[in-house]
Design a protein around this ligand. Structure first.
Ligand SMILES: [Zn+2]
Length: 327
């Protein structure tokens, strides 16, 4: 029997494929809570320990520094939900596709699963579907990385309390308020984050752009939530969002990834900025757009403008029910 050497990825258009990357520095506008991965009910935030650059010799016993962490897996979950809960007519996109978490539809034609991937471990009967879903593995072509805060600023435990809405209560009623303690990442922490897309069409990437931008206001567990893209002088003498978007065939741009060992904001930003303006081993004059062959890099406001084009494409192509009805 002949063997199969193909990837199995179905094509639905003639669009060319590219790699896409998003590099950004996010800033917490207030304190944030991201629960520790294994401790779901103890209100402890997730941190990572970074080995100190001291040639492997331990300093005062612990040999590492602890940093707050916006883990890529959590960011990925929030982004996927931004798509599942996107509005489409009077419904939500995930409901209209019958695609959720953990039960993904895993269909190649689903705009969510097509980029984030999907998994059905065994044949599954789904409410409202006549045919059982077959066991399926659909590998995602979007990956998430980064998230280690730049500053070495520890978490802070806060005393919180749930206050019932009673205006008047009898003296013998329950004691209120109900107190609890919770750790938080401090406001103003900067989190460098990166999204990478493998061999996508621009239509496929439009879902990634929508998820990335849509998740910004919703990152965090509980309340408060939300980050913004950090603003500062970048290309010229005006403050711009610190974001880089690449579209390419060959990876010619230096990756603006901040080393987790850096704790100084100035040093971190210098490293990001220098890489952002480095293409094919050269450092041309800083510009909003850099091109080398088929490598295109968009920086700052230009990156937001480029992403916005994809957001509109997603809105028109996927969320616009009027356009789908053909009127
Ligand atoms: Zn799906």
């Amino acid at each position: 029997m002949a063997i199969n050497v193909k990837s199995g990825l179905e094509n639905y258009s003639d669009e060319p494929r590219f790699h896409f990357d998003i590099y950004a520095i996010l800033e917490g506008g207030q304190e944030l809570f991201f629960g520790h991965e294994t401790q779901v009910n103890v209100n402890v935030v997730e941190t990572v320990t970074i080995p100190l650059p001291n040639n492997g010799e331990e300093i005062d016993g612990d040999g590492g520094l602890e940093k707050c962490y916006l883990s890529p897996t959590k960011r990925r979950g929030v982004e996927r939900r931004a798509l599942i809960w996107a509005p489409i007519g009077n419904r939500l996109l995930g409901d209209s596709l019958n695609c959720g978490i953990p039960h993904t539809c895993s269909k190649a034609e689903c705009p969510i699963c097509r980029v984030f991937g999907g998994l059905i471990t065994s044949k599954t009967k789904v409410e409202g579907e006549s045919e059982e879903r077959p066991a399926t593995t659909l590998i995602g072509r979007l990956t998430h990385s980064g998230g280690v805060a730049i500053q070495e600023l520890g978490t802070e435990e806060k005393q919180r309390a749930m206050h019932p809405s009673m205006i008047r209560k009898a003296p013998e009623s329950e004691p209120t308020p109900t107190p609890f303690k919770r750790e938080y990442n401090q406001p103003g922490l900067l989190y460098p984050v990166y999204n990478h897309c493998l061999s996508m069409t621009e239509t496929e990437f439009s879902a990634v752009a929508y998820a990335f931008m849509g998740a910004l206001a919703r990152l965090g567990a509980g309340n408060p939530k939300g980050v913004k893209i950090h603003d500062d002088i970048l290309v010229k003498d005006v403050a711009e969002p610190w974001i880089v978007v690449d579209r390419y065939l060959a990876p010619l741009g230096k990756r603006p990834v901040v080393s987790p060992a850096i704790t100084d904001i100035k040093a971190a930003k210098k490293q990001f900025r220098r890489a952002a303006f480095s293409v094919a081993g050269r450092e041309p004059e800083p510009a909003s757009e850099l091109t080398q062959g088929r490598f295109h890099r968009y920086i700052g406001d230009a990156a937001i403008a480029k992403l916005s084009k994809y957001l509109i494409e997603f809105e028109e192509g996927v969320l616009n029910v009027d356009a789908k009805a053909g009127d």
